[in-house]
Design a protein around this ligand. Structure first.
Ligand code: HEM
Ligand SMILES: [Cu+2]
Length: 569
C-alpha cells in the first residue's frame, strides 16, 4: 500500500480512513452507548418493581429522572446502538470486503460521518449533567410537552437532545452516501447485482429507506427547536400551531426506522443460516423483492401510531389495511428462511443459535404487531405495556440478537481470533431465557391495563394488586439476570482477543469474498484485489462438486450461466 511509513496510534485508530477501523469505531461507540442504555433500563425497572427504594449504583429515582431515563433509554438504544452497530459498523466492515474492493468510495466522508456521530453522542451524554438533567419528553418527543420548557422541566436537556439527534441523522446521511455509491460502483469484476450477498442489499436498502424518510423529520425537528427556544408556535395550539403535525412528521420517519434497523439484522441472519445449514439461500430474488416491497409499504403505515389521536375512522381503516399488508412480505421472508433451513445439515454453533432464536423471538413481535395494527384493538392497547412488550419483541431480536449473531459469525474475520463456542452457548441461553421472562410478564401487565411511562404504579389502586406486583418483580429480576450474563460475552471477547491462536481464514467454509482475505484483513484488504467473481454467494452442497462449498472467487464454471454443463452429465 501507499503507507510506507509506520503509522502512529492516532493515524491508525483515531483518524484512520480505513473502512474497517471506522466500522470498529462505530462498533465500540455503539456498545458503550448500549451499556448506558442498559444501565438506564436497570435503574427504571428497579423503580417499577420496588417503587421508592434507592437503586444500588444510582440512588433514588424521582419522577423527573424517571422520564429522562425512559426517554434516553429509548433514544440511545435505537439511534446510538441499533443503527450504529447494525448499519454503520457491519456496513462499514462488510461492504468493501464482500464486494472485493479496498475501501469505501469516499473514505474521508466516511471518517467525517463517524466524527459527527461521536460529537452527537458526546452532546447527548452531556445533556444528562445540565441542571434538571436530560430530556424527559419520551423518544417520540410529542409537543406540546416537548416544545414547552415549562412542561418538560428540562430547558437545556430538551434542545440538547434535539441537537444530538439531528447531528446523528447528519452522520447517517453521510454514511449512507458511501454505502450506496460503494455498492454501486466498486464491485469486483463479475460481482453482478444478483451475486451481491443479501446482507449488503439489506444494509443498503436500509440506508436508502433512512435517507428517504428522515428529511421531513429534520425539518420538523428544527421547528420543534424553534418552539423550544425562540417561542414560535408551529406545534402550539395556543399560538395557532398543531401538535398533530409533529406526530405525522415523527412517525413518517419513525415507522420506516423500524425497518431500517430490521433489514440489516435479517441480512445477517440470512448469511448465517445459509452457511450453517450448508444450503443455497432459498429464493434470493424473492427476498430482494420482498424487502423492497416492505420498504415501500413502510412509508404508508405511519398513522397506525395515531389511532387514538382523533383520526377519522375511515382514515384509520386505510392505515389498518396498509399495516396488515406489510406483514405479507415480512411473513414471506420468514417462510423463505425456513425453506433455506429445510433439509439442510445444520450446525448448531453460537452464531446459528442466535440466528435461529432471531426467527422465533421476532415472530412473537410480528404477530403481536398485527393486533396493534388493527385500529379497533389498538384503542384498548394503546400506550399500555402490551405495546412496550410488542416492540421489544421486535427490537431486542433486531438489536441484541442481530448484533450477537453478526459479531459471533464475523469475529474471526474482524479480530483474527476464534470465540469460545462453549462460553458463547452459555451466554446465548443466559440471554435468551431471561429475555422472555422480562417481556411475557409485560404482555400480561399490558392486557391488565398497565399504562406505560408511569413512575409508580402503587398510586393506582387497580394496578397495585399483589399479582401485578409479582409480574413486575419477575420482569426486573429477569432483567438483572440477563445483564449479568452479558459479562460472559465480555469475558469471552477479551479472552479470545488475548489468545495466541490465530483464527483460520475461513473457519465456517463460507463462500463470500471476505473469507478470502487475511484475518484480520490488512489496510487495503488484499495484497491484490479479487480478480473475478464467478458465481453467487450461496453455492453450498452443489451436486456437481465434491466439496460442500464453492467460494465466489474460485475459477470454474458458473451454474447460473445458460451454457453451463453439469460435470456429472
Ligand atoms: C432487555 C433489555 C430491555 C428492557 C428490559 C427494556 C425495558 C423497557 C421498558 C420497561 C420500557 C418502558 C418504560 C416506560 O414506558 O415507563 C422501555 C422503553 C423503550 N425501550 Fe426498552 N428495554 C430493553 C431494551 C431495548 C432495546 C434493545 C431497544 C431498541 C433497540 C429498546 C427501545 C425502547 C424504546 C424506543 C422505548 C420507548 C421509550 C419511550 O417511551 O420514550 N429497549 N424499555
Ligand atoms: Cu409503526
Amino acid at each position: 500500500m501507499s503507507h510506507s511509513h509506520e503509522m502512529s496510534f492516532w493515524e491508525k485508530y483515531v483518524f484512520s480512513t480505513d473502512h474497517k477501523v471506522i466500522g470498529l469505531q462505530y462498533l465500540f461507540t455503539g456498545l458503550f452507548m448500549a451499556a448506558i442504555g442498559g444501565f438506564f433500563v436497570y435503574v427504571f425497572r428497579m423503580q417499577l418493581a420496588f417503587p421508592g427504594i434507592s437503586v444500588p449504583g444510582y440512588g433514588e429515582v424521582t419522577p423527573l429522572a424517571y422520564n429522562s431515563l425512559v426517554t434516553n433509554h429509548g433514544t440511545i438504544m435505537i439511534f446510538w446502538f441499533a443503527m450504529p452497530v447494525l448499519i454503520a459498523a457491519f456496513g462499514n466492515i462488510l461492504i468493501p470486503l464482500m464486494i472485493g474492493c479496498d475501501d469505501m468510495v469516499f473514505p474521508r466522508i466516511n471518517r467525517l460521518s463517524y466524527q459527527i456521530f461521536l460529537l452527537s453522542a458526546i452532546i447527548l451524554i452531556a445533556s444528562f449533567f445540565v441542571p434538571n438533567g436530560g430530556f424527559g419528553g419520551a423518544w417520540t418527543s410529542y409537543p406540546p410537552l416537548s416544545a414547552n420548557p415549562e412542561y418538560n422541566a428540562t430547558p437545556l436537556g430538551a434542545p440538547m437532545w434535539l441537537i444530538a439527534v439531528a447531528l446523528e441523522f447528519v452522520a447517517f446521511l453521510l454514511g449512507g452516501i458511501n454505502f450506496i455509491t460503494t455498492l454501486m460502483n466498486a464491485r469486483a469484476p463479475g460481482m453482478t447485482m444478483y451475486r451481491i450477498p443479501i446482507v449488503l442489499w439489506m444494509i443498503v436498502i436500509a440506508s436508502i429507506l433512512f435517507m428517504c424518510s428522515v428529511g421531513p423529520l429534520i425539518a420538523g425537528a428544527v421547528m420543534l427547536l424553534f418552539d423550544q427556544t425562540l417561542g414560535t408556535s408551529f406545534y402550539n395550539p395556543a399560538g395557532g400551531g398543531d401538535p398533530l403535525l409533529w406526530q405525522h412528521l415523527f412517525w413518517f420517519f419513525g415507522h420506516p426506522e423500524v425497518y431500517v434497523v430490521l433489514l440489516p439484522a435479517m441480512g445477517i441472519v440470512a448469511e448465517i443460516m445459509a452457511t450453517m445449514a450448508r444450503k443455497k439461500l432459498f429464493g434470493y430474488k424473492t427476498i430482494l423483492y420482498s424487502v423492497i416491497a416492505t420498504g415501500i409499504l413502510s412509508f404508508v403505515v405511519w398513522a397506525h401510531h395515531q389511532f387514538i389521536a382523533g383520526i377519522d375512522p375511515r382514515m384509520a381503516n386505510l392505515f389498518t389495511v396498509t399495516t396488515l399488508l406489510i406483514s405479507v412480505p415480512i411473513a414471506e421472508l420468514c417462510f423463505v428462511y425456513i425453506a433455506t433451513l429445510y433439509g439442510g445439515s445444520i450446525t448448531f454453533n453460537t452464531p446459528m443459535l442466535w440466528a435461529l432464536s432471531f426467527m422465533v423471538e421476532f415472530l412473537i413481535g410480528g404477530i403481536t404487531g398485527i393486533f396493534l395494527g388493527a385500529s379497533g384493538v389498538d384503542i384498548f392497547f394503546h400506550d399500555t405495556y402490551f405495546v412496550v412488550a410488542h416492540f421489544h419483541y421486535t427490537f431486542v431480536p433486531i438489536a441484541i440478537i442481530g448484533f450477537y449473531a453478526g459479531i459471533t459469525y464475523w469475529f474471526p474475520k474482524i479480530f483474527g481470533k476464534m470465540l469460545s463456542d462453549r462460553l458463547g452457548k452459555i451466554h446465548f441461553w443466559g440471554t435468551i431465557i431471561p429475555f422472555n421472562f422480562i417481556f411475557i410478564p409485560l404482555f400480561l401487565l399490558g392486557t391488565a391495563g398497565q399504562h406505560r411511562r408511569i413512575w409508580d404504579f402503587s398510586n393506582y389502586s387497580d394496578l397495585a394488586t399483589p399479582e401485578l406486583f409479582n409480574l413486575r418483580v419477575i420482569a426486573t429480576v429477569s432483567l438483572i439476570l440477563m445483564i449479568l450474563f452479558q459479562f460472559v460475552f465480555v469475558y469471552n471477547f477479551i479472552k479470545s482477543l488475548r489468545s495466541k491462536e490465530k483464527a483460520p481464514k475461513n473457519p465456517w467454509d463460507a463462500n463470500t469474498l471476505e473469507w478470502t482475505a487475511d484475518s484480520p484483513p490488512p489496510h487495503g484488504n488484499w495484497p491484490e484485489l479479487p480478480e473475478k467473481v464467478y458465481r453467487g454467494p450461496y453455492e453450498f452442497s452443489h451436486p456437481d462438486r465434491e466439496s460442500d462449498y464453492w467460494p465466489q472467487d474460485e475459477p470454474g464454471p458458473d451454474p447460473a450461466d445458460p451454457d453451463y454443463q453439469p460435470r456429472n452429465s
